[in-house]
Design a protein around this ligand. Structure first.
Ligand SMILES: NC(=O)c1ccc[n+]([C@@H]2O[C@H](COP(=O)([O-])OP(=O)(O)OC[C@H]3O[C@@H](n4cnc5c(N)ncnc54)[C@H](O)[C@@H]3O)[C@@H](O)[C@H]2O)c1
Length: 271
């Protein structure tokens, strides 16, 4: 039976699949990043948890140490070059290197393009695309020097589908999918680069964003779950985390440039 006090009820004890590895996770104190940082640590990785805010209670590094794992927390803005450089430095200083870079922090603004301010457009581009640009540029010199490295980015099912009033978000997520392929071509065979495309996942972002005047009703929740063709429910953060784990582990050693859809079937039907 799942433990109701466990915020990740589908997360199992680790099998050592990342034993000896050092990982960075961005957007690590909430949602998909938080579940993935925890799972990486359960699987034996030492994790640099990067977030612009301290959101979780307990904070993600404390959640990990409570599990018996190893983690440090770095408060940094990964949409900017200094924040990305500091996270790679933190990995080297705390754990002597870096093996896995999970660039996950992202944001969106629900407005049609003619309604958006330049600032709102830039805000989404800055985190979703520059966050990847600065993140990979901070880590690639190290990965090229050591002759290996593993990069995973968070795109979205909305990188392959449109969604009403979501132009900047869907453009950046489509960009991440092809940037993933580009990076895999340019930095293979030493560095593998993949991305995940989550569908609707039950995280703070989905519950609170776009900001709602009234909380989501049960009827609205049921309707949005029914729209997920196939599994008819929202996903859990740890269900995405297990897919990231696969890409981060040596079990996916022949996978690169791939966009792994984790969407309960959202993208399989036109209805
Ligand atoms: N939840 C979904 O349904 C869904 C679906 C598809 C894709 N995604 C993508 O998954 C990723 C994570 O989403 P989530 O739902 O877990 O979100 P979330 O809001 O639960 O967590 C995002 C975290 O990123 C952090 N963050 C924001 N800006 C940052 C910055 N500049 N520097 C460092 N950290 C920053 C936030 O503080 C937060 O802790 C995003 O890229 C999002 O686009 C989410």
């Amino acid at each position: 039976m799942p433990d109701k006090n466990n915020e990740h009820p589908r997360m199992n004890q680790g099998l050592g699949r990342l034993r000896g590895k050092v990982a960075i996770v961005t957007g690590a104190d909430s949602g998909i990043g938080r579940a993935t940082a925890r799972l990486f640590a359960l699987e034996g990785a030492k994790v640099v948890c990067v977030d612009i805010e301290e959101r979780g209670d307990p904070r993600v590094d404390h959640l990990i140490t409570n599990d018996g794992g190893q983690a440090v927390f770095l408060k940094a803005d990964v949409s900017q070059e200094p924040g990305c450089k500091s996270m790679v430095s933190a990995a080297k200083e705390n754990y002597g290197g870096l093996d896995i870079l999970f660039l996950n922090a992202g944001t969106g603004v629900r407005q049609k393009i003619h309604e958006m301010s330049n600032e709102a457009w830039d805000h989404v581009i800055q985190l979703n695309l520059y966050g990847i640009y600065h993140g990979v540029r901070a880590a690639l010199p190290l990965f090229m020097d050591q002759g290996y490295g593993n990069i995973i980015c968070t795109a979205s099912s909305l990188g392959v589908l449109a969604s009403p009033r979501y132009p900047a978000y869907s453009a950046t997520k489509a960009g991440i999918i092809n940037l993933t392929r580009q990076l895999a071509v340019d930095y293979g065979p030493e560095v593998r680069v993949n991305c995940i495309c989550p569908g609707p996942i039950d995280t703070n972002r989905v519950r609170e964003f776009p900001p709602r005047a009234r909380p989501v009703t049960d009827e609205q929740k049921t309707a949005s779950e029914k729209r997920v063709a196939g599994l008819h429910r929202l996903g859990l953060s740890e269900e995405v985390a297990y897919c990231v784990l696969f890409l981060a582990s040596d079990e996916s050693s022949y996978v690169t440039g791939h966009a792994l859809v984790v969407d309960g079937g959202q993208t399989i039907s036109a209805q």
